[in-house]
Design a protein around this ligand. Structure first.
Ligand code: HEC
Ligand code: HEC
Ligand code: HEC
Ligand code: HEC
Ligand code: HEC
Ligand code: HEC
Ligand code: HEC
Ligand code: HEC
Ligand code: HEC
Ligand code: HEC
Length: 318
């Protein structure tokens, strides 16, 4: 196989040069640099711009036996027929930066990616954002993921036929590799059907951030819920204030040990707010003893807890 080499300077790794702190020429690098030193070396390499003459061929001379490396040709970034793909331009060096002296035994560093990379996440990300401006223009910059220095490559695999995070069956798994609390929640007694991947984290969240709280796709928690639970939107003749305000006052959308994702069991759930309301605050007898303790507790009578359209439904009893 012969990899076409095009001399036009494409975006991608070239942006790294612009956004990295510029420093003056470095000593000959050894293999024990800190992340910061490596960033400086790479910045200098960029300034020098010693790209290989044979593109991917010069890399594959040494890296061909690594199956991970070769898998890039099964994915979109290895598609030489897409004129915007790295493979149609600077090839490997579009992401990993110019070869420079790296071919002298592989000691001089290249830009590398993911959690093992000595480079900071923002530096890694400038490479990707060089071509992916749509992501850049979305909520990415103000997202907590960006602020917390999560790298694109913490979620994405580009040396793969199919990036796992783009597969419905695997995306939640990628998310919960970091979000362990949500992982434990989604496996609790009641939860959204996340563990079977019938639903995924990105049904509600935008992984690249959004301008809404908690990176939700919809403008509010309630609008998120209404998109699937439309019947809860109302309008109701009698509205229950906390319901119209925020569903997550009572529900944990990720899961709960209680039925119906409620954060606390009834009656405690109700008594957080209704402790002073006469019978609402009464000590609840053991399950089964009377209408307060049995079955659904307060809900035995106040069954329309999300709101009522009955003319005399002001107590949510009908
Ligand atoms: C003369 C052989 C040789 C050539 C040519 C070569 N490399 Fe390397 N490369 C190495 C060696 C050796 C290492 C360090 C050992 C390792 O991690 O595989 C390395 C490491 C790397 C790493 C870091 C891997 C990591 O796990 O952090 C990247 C990225 C890389 N090379 C990319 C390239 C690219 C892109 C090219 C072509 C522009 C290239 N290499 C050409 C030998 C070579
Ligand atoms: C030289 C340009 C370039 C660079 C650099 C680049 N990409 Fe891409 N990327 C593309 C092109 C072209 C596509 C194909 C889709 C398209 O045409 O827009 C693509 C597609 C993708 C997709 C969608 C994949 C799919 O299967 O649909 C993801 C995810 C992605 N890139 C992530 C990254 C990440 C992460 C980085 C940095 C490590 C990166 N890209 C760097 C050009 C680039
Ligand atoms: C928290 C994990 C995560 C991070 C971090 C992340 N992505 Fe994504 N990305 C995803 C998921 C999940 C999708 C699929 C979105 C969908 O299907 O709605 C996606 C989709 C994409 C796509 C293809 C669809 C599109 O929006 O064009 C591109 C390109 C992409 N990401 C680039 C990037 C770049 C560039 C970065 C870093 C600036 C990045 N991503 C950071 C998880 C992530
Ligand atoms: C679109 C940007 C992009 C292009 C083009 C690209 N890489 Fe990578 N490379 C990455 C990312 C991101 C990783 C981290 C692993 C992953 O995401 O799959 C990586 C990982 C590597 C590694 C470390 C692999 C390991 O075993 O951990 C080597 C070596 C490497 N790339 C070499 C190459 C070579 C050689 C080419 C050209 C044939 C190339 N890369 C093309 C982005 C790129
Ligand atoms: C590499 C680790 C990592 C991965 C993978 C990851 N996240 Fe995060 N995420 C974080 C960190 C760190 C924060 C900030 C601290 C926190 O809230 O836990 C965060 C925050 C969030 C937030 C809160 C955002 C806000 O503005 O309040 C949401 C929502 C989120 N992540 C969803 C996701 C989703 C969905 C995925 C998978 C597509 C994902 N994360 C993958 C590390 C990760
Ligand atoms: C049914 C919609 C929905 C799904 C599915 C969902 N979330 Fe959330 N998530 C929310 C809402 C709503 C909030 C805001 C919670 C609040 O206001 O208390 C949130 C908040 C978060 C936060 C911010 C921290 C917090 O608890 O407030 C993180 C992190 C998060 N979600 C991660 C995930 C991950 C990871 C998944 C997949 C396992 C996921 N979410 C699936 C709706 C959802
Ligand atoms: C993408 C669609 C979707 C969104 C968005 C969504 N849900 Fe759900 N919800 C479902 C599905 C599907 C079920 C499971 C229905 C079933 O098992 O019959 C469910 C079930 C529930 C249940 C009952 C769980 C049980 O164990 O009985 C509650 C409570 C719930 N959702 C609350 C919420 C809240 C609160 C929000 C907003 C934060 C929300 N949902 C957003 C799809 C969604
Ligand atoms: C005041 C606390 C409270 C608030 C706020 C609340 N719920 Fe509920 N929700 C409950 C209780 C308690 C149950 C259990 C009722 C049952 O088992 O019949 C429940 C059950 C559910 C169910 C499953 C049973 C059914 O009625 O379909 C869904 C879905 C649901 N709630 C969605 C929502 C949505 C969407 C919102 C926001 C618009 C919301 N809830 C706000 C207390 C609340
Ligand atoms: C987050 C606080 C909160 C929680 C939790 C809550 N409520 Fe309410 N509830 C309110 C508020 C506020 C009103 C409106 C009170 C008013 O208008 O005086 C209200 C009104 C009511 C009313 C109508 C009576 C009236 O005074 O208008 C009933 C009945 C009621 N709640 C029952 C319940 C039950 C049963 C639960 C548990 C499933 C519950 N509430 C949970 C805050 C809450
Ligand atoms: C046996 C049926 C029944 C049960 C069980 C019940 N309620 Fe009521 N509740 C009522 C009736 C009937 C009213 C209207 C009383 C009135 O108008 O005097 C009411 C009124 C209320 C009100 C309006 C303020 C008031 O006291 O008039 C609140 C708040 C309330 N209930 C909360 C609760 C909570 C919280 C629970 C669970 C601890 C609960 N209720 C259990 C029947 C019940």
């Amino acid at each position: 196989m012969r990899w076409r080499k095009i001399k036009t300077l494409i975006m991608g790794a070239s942006l790294f040069l612009i956004l990295s702190p510029s420093v003056k020429a470095q000593e000959i690098p050894s293999t024990h640099e800190t992340g910061e030193q490596i960033e400086k070396i790479l910045t200098d390499k960029f300034a020098e711009g010693k790209y290989s003459t044979k593109g991917a061929d010069s890399c594959l001379m040494c890296h061909r036996k690594n199956n991970t490396v070769m898998a890039i040709f099964d994915g979109v970034h290895g598609d030489i027929n897409n004129s915007k793909s790295p493979m149609a331009g600077l090839q490997c060096e579009a992401c990993h930066g110019p070869l420079g002296q790296h071919n002298k035994g592989g000691k001089e560093p290249m830009i590398s990616f993911g959690s093992d990379s000595p480079l900071s996440a923002p530096s890694q990300n400038t490479v990707c954002l060089g071509c992916h401006q749509k992501t850049e223009q979305s909520g990415w910059h103000s997202s907590l993921h960006n602020m917390e220095e999560i790298a694109c490559a913490d979620c994405h695999k580009v040396h793969a036929a199919k990036d796992p995070v783009l597969q419905k069956q695997q995306v939640s798994q990628v998310c919960t590799s970091c979000h362990t609390r949500q992982k434990s929640d989604m496996n609790k007694r009641s939860s959204h059907p996340l563990k079977w991947n019938d639903m995924t984290c990105i049904d509600c969240h935008n992984p690249h951030g959004s301008f809404n709280e908690s990176a939700l796709k919809k403008t509010s928690v309630n609008d998120t819920c209404y998109s699937c639970h439309a019947e809860k939107r109302g309008p109701f003749l009698w509205e229950h204030a906390p319901v119209t305000e925020n569903c997550s006052t009572c529900h944990n959308p990720h899961g709960s040990v209680n039925d119906a994702l409620v954060k606390q069991r009834v009656p405690q759930l109700c008594q957080q707010c209704h402790a002073d309301d006469g019978h609402a605050s009464r000590v609840v007898t053991p399950p089964g003893a009377d209408a307060f303790g049995a079955g659904m507790g307060c809900l035995n009578c106040h069954s329309q807890i999300h709101g009522s359209n009955h003319p005399s439904g002001s107590n949510f009893a009908r």
